[in-house]
Write a protein that binds this ligand. Structure first.
Ligand code: GAR
Length: 202
């Protein structure tokens, strides 16, 4: 069976738990895609060690946006990567990258978009906002990336209840568990719907 190839872009401060969930899922028999490379936006990203211990190659990208875009696109092409998954990456992806990889970049967000998304809405701030708004449910969203924060089409969502005694931390933990299921599931769906045919036609 021919497998597709995924790259994962982690955050400069992220733990890399979604990256690990994707790598572990990709090691299960029958998973349609393999992880070709992990991109890190800084050489101090905690996820680097985690990726290395999982045996996945890591490339640290330059921080200047133009150089970042060029290196990312070059590495994607050289490694024959089909899909880029953002996992804890908090900055806007340069427009040139979105343009070149339209329909081939996914992101995970720790809330039920379109609610609680947009610039500045990331990490614990999202869960604080969900609690402050008195929501009774939250969840994880995997969506396509376009030129604006958190606005691309939604691929899948997984929901969790918000409980009366939740703190941002307890809610974050419940959502994170679903993120780790949602991302591999979204990648499977992407491959079936968009990746498989494209690869066959290359
Ligand atoms: C995840 O909860 C992810 O949904 C969130 O950052 C965390 C990264 O954790 N992303 C955003 O808030 C994007 N707006 P991880 O490094 O353990 O995967």
């Amino acid at each position: 069976m021919e497998r597709g190839r995924v790259a994962i872009l982690v955050g400069s401060k992220g733990r890399g738990s979604n990256m690990e969930a994707i790598v572990r899922a990709s090691q299960e028999p029958g998973f349609p895609m393999e992880v070709a490379v992990v991109f890190a936006p800084s050489d101090t990203a905690p996820a680097i060690e985690r990726a290395q211990s999982l045996g996945v190659p890591v490339v640290v990208l330059p921080s200047e946006p133009e150089a970042f875009a060029q290196s990312l696109l070059r590495e994607m092409a050289e490694r024959n990567v089909d899909l880029l998954c953002l996992a804890g990456y908090m900055r806007l992806i340069p427009a040139s990258v979105v343009e070149a990889l339209r329909g081939r970049i996914l992101n995970i967000h720790p809330a039920l978009l379109p609610k609680f998304g947009g610039k500045g809405m990331y990490g614990m701030r999202v869960h604080e906002a969900v609690l402050a708004a008195g929501e009774t449910e939250s969840g994880a969203t995997v969506h396509f990336v376009n030129e604006r924060y958190d606005e691309g089409d939604i691929l899948i969502q997984r929901r969790v209840p918000v409980l009366p005694n939740d703190t941002p931390e307890t809610l974050a933990a419940r959502v994170l568990e679903q993120e780790h299921r949602a991302y591999p599931e979204a990648i499977r769906i992407w491959w079936e719907r968009y990746g498989k045919g494209r690869k066959a036609s290359l």
